[in-house]
Design a protein around this ligand. Structure first.
Ligand code: ADP
Length: 712
């Protein structure tokens, strides 16, 4: 089985991870991978631009931005003759299975190629360029498209490859601009990419608590008035600066483009403040892919190969996308058609339709955004809703507090806060944090505490405190302990999982976990660099998570670790022997650096330090080992965009639940959507002793069970 892979159209961070996964999965299935250089130009021109590759050829690219295969805009591929040449060059090499990573233009082109394939093959036989036997073997094209575009503009996937990384760049830039803007009382207009999609602008606005956002899908009746109203509102709320995010493709209701200079002119005229324009441009595309883009693109590449291997080439071409950590499969033709449908709706002014086609996440973010800075007067029936943390700090908790304040106030209720978790509630007073600008801060401005009531006396004391403060409902933002605390509450209660371990049952993702995985990947990238020149070194990196191995397993995919040890998968003598042998062979074959991730909750004899000693000895001089304990580095730091978005979405649903229902629920994410589950049901699927879900989600891997033998 030969499988070709190419990247086309605009480059996007994460494309390399997808290519690497396609190549290695093909090899792991005993297939023959081919890469095509420079997108469709490589197909049309053939020759050395379509080449077989091996395992090591795609080494050391997982962490690189852009696309190492190169990409292009290829006019020849838009012509029938160009596509016929492409068919010839593929069939000539015995390739009739193809993975195309690109934007909607590239996927449209790929679909056309597939539809025309049979006709081109017949014609090539008639011309004598292909034989009847080649035609018989390769009469149809098996095709999988992977959406690579930073704009997140393809219908049928909740993230396109590269979008998460672009958000990292934008949010980082806006966080920085915010601090300078605050110092000088300046306004900034920040133009972000998104020709036909406002996702990046909207998501960045939510993540940074910007003052205004202008996107193609929701033009105001009068954008100037709308802008001025937002900025005055911010002023009245005491903000010294203004940040306006503008999607490059935004226009007014009549299709007239809105440019940064227009926005600046309005601000300077109406508010008389110095206003600067920042066009982020290609900075958004560049740089190292985020952990999410590495992990998800790896999962997509693997799934694409499995699909091509398992399905007949008669079957329709598909596009594989994501729904949270899941891989989704959709008809490529329908996905492209629906995407073009959204563009048409935008052109024809059917904005509500376009917005709705963007999916539930965009609608939830839009709801949250609409609530920011727009409190309703406290209603007579307004409820007093308390936010408290239970457990260790997690990045994104501040985004949760920020979202909570606005979600509660915009519904006409009263937000309440307590310092240092539930223990703080027993000890004393409620507090009133200033939430402006806090989404970018790590940890939590409220402080946190692991304490939760366990004895009857403690429960009585806590209930007394809740009733003294006339609390009507509770939102507990924290880890496994928050779930346990919620199970004993007699008030409407919602748990928002926030822990870097991601060990709370009832959700696929917890606030803080994405930031921690990014921190590990960045640290490992540096470790690998540090080893260049020092021959043959294997790092044993201890990561957090205790007895839940999610963090270690995710990070292992994201940083291309050779091995990963967690408490869930038994560490036997036999396994260790195989692993040592695998590493020894890899080193003999020319590998110089190895990464082994070890969760800090593995049984004592297998802690990172001990394993490092064991491997060092068993390597018989082939490599040195070094131990690196990342420790609390993983808990700190500015929260990633994904964590800020998740916090905002979970809080929206948590608040909605607490003001309208009696039960205790955990508000979690499942396949990219927000789902409420009874706390008792979530605890039923938990291993209470190990403090983790009973079900262990498998991670993408090239081989059946581990990333071993060789990856980078
Ligand atoms: P993206 O894939 O990022 O949307 P483009 O729209 O520029 O980027 O498409 C990339 C390439 O895909 C084009 O240069 C062209 O070779 C091919 N392509 C795009 N649209 C079509 C089409 N309708 N038919 C055939 N090929 C196309």
């Amino acid at each position: 089985m030969r499988i070709g892979v190419l990247t086309s159209g605009g480059d996007a961070p994460g494309m390399n991870a997808a290519v690497r996964a396609v190549v290695r999965r093909t090899l792991a299935r005993n297939g023959e991978p081919f890469v095509v250089y420079d997108g469709y130009s490589g197909l049309v021109e053939g020759g050395s631009r379509i080449a077989p590759v091996g395992w090591e050829d795609v080494g050391r690219i997982l962490h690189l931005g852009g696309t190492e295969l190169g990409t292009s805009r290829c006019e020849a591929f838009r012509t029938t003759t160009g596509r016929r040449d492409a068919v010839f060059h593929l069939v000539e090499r015995g390739i009739s299975r193809l993975v195309v990573v690109g934007g909607d233009g590239s996927l449209t082109g790929a679909n056309t190629l597939r539809l025309e394939w049979g006709g081109h093959v017949d014609e090539l036989v008639r011309e004598g360029r292909l034989t009847a036997e080649q035609a018989r073997l390769h009469g149809r094209l098996g095709l999988v498209g992977l959406a690579g575009s930073i704009d997140n503009d393809l219908v049928g996937t909740d993230r396109t490859i590269g979008c998460d990384t672009a958000l990292h760049r934008i949010v980082d830039a806006v966080d920085r601009l915010t601090s300078t803007a605050r110092s000088h009382q300046r306004s900034f207009v920040v133009e972000v990419m998104g020709r036909r999609s406002g996702f990046l602008a909207l998501a960045a606005a939510v993540c940074t608590g910007a003052d205004h956002v202008i996107i193609p899908e929701k033009p105001a009746e009068d954008w100037r008035q709308d802008l001025v109203a937002s900025l005055w509102r911010s002023r009245e709320q005491g903000r010294r600066k203004s940040i306006v995010l503008l999607a490059e493709g935004a226009s007014d209701r009549h299709g007239e483009p809105i440019r940064s200079a227009d926005v600046r002119e309005v601000i300077e005229r109406e508010l008389a403040v110095e206003t600067r324009i920042t066009v982020l441009g290609h900075v958004q595309r560049g740089g190292d892919p985020s952990a999410y883009d590495r992990i998800q693109s790896t999962a997509l590449g693997i799934a694409a190969v499995d699909r091509l291997a398992a399905s007949s080439r008669r079957e329709e071409a598909v596009v594989m996308g994501t729904a949270g950590p899941e891989v989704t499969v959709r008809s490529l033709a329908e996905s492209v058609k629906a995407t073009h449908g959204v563009e048409r709706a935008l052109r024809e002014g059917r904005f509500a339709e376009a917005l709705s086609a963007r999916g539930p996440e965009v609608r939830e973010l839009m709801d949250a955004w609409n609530g920011f800075g727009r409190p309703r007067p406290l209603e007579r029936t307004g409820k007093r809703i308390l936010l408290a943390h239970v457990g260790a700090p997690a990045p994104g908790m501040n985004a949760a507090i920020h979202a909570f304040e606005h979600a509660v106030r915009s519904r006409g209720h009263q937000p309440l806060y307590v310092q240092e978790g539930l223990k703080g509630l027993l000890a004393g007073d409620l507090v009133k944090p200033d939430v402006a600008g806090i989404p970018s801060l790590g940890a939590t401005v409220l402080g946190t505490n692991r304490w939760r009531p366990q004895t009857a006396g403690e429960w009585t004391a806590l209930r007394k405190a809740l009733s003294a403060h006339e609390v009507d409902g509770l939102v507990l933002v924290g880890g496994f302990g928050a779930l346990e605390a919620a199970s004993g509450m007699r008030l409407p209660c919602a748990v928002v999982p926030a822990t870097i371990s991601n060990n709370v049952p009832g959700t696929q993702a917890s606030v803080g976990a994405d930031t921690a995985v990014n921190a590990i990947c960045e640290a490992v990238d540096r470790l690998k660099q540090s080893a260049i020149g020092s021959r043959h070194r294997v790092f044993f990196v201890e990561v957090m998570g205790r007895r839940c191995g999610w963090l270690a397993r995710s990070a292992a995919v994201g940083c291309g670790a050779e091995l990963v040890y967690t408490d869930e998968e038994p560490i036997t003598l036999e396994r260790l022997q195989q692993d040592v042998q695998g590493l020894n062979e890899a080193m003999d074959a020319g590998r110089t650096v190895g990464i082994v991730l070890v969760a800090d909750g593995v049984p004592e004899p297998f802690r990172a330090e001990r394993l490092a000693g064991l491997f060092q000895q068993a390597s018989e001089g082939r490599f040195d080992t070094r131990v690196c304990v990342l420790g609390h580095l993983q808990q700190g730091g500015s929260p990633s965009p994904a964590d800020r978005l998740l916090a905002t979405r979970l809080i929206g649903q948590a608040v909605e639940h607490v003001v309208s229902s009696e039960r205790a629920v955990v508000v979690g994410a499942a396949a990219g959507e927000i789902r409420l589950e009874k706390v008792s049901a979530a605890l039923n699927v938990a291993d209470r002793e190990a403090r983790r879900p009973k079900f262990v989600r498998p991670m993408p891997s090239f081989k059946g069970k581990a990333l071993y033998p060789r990856s980078s």
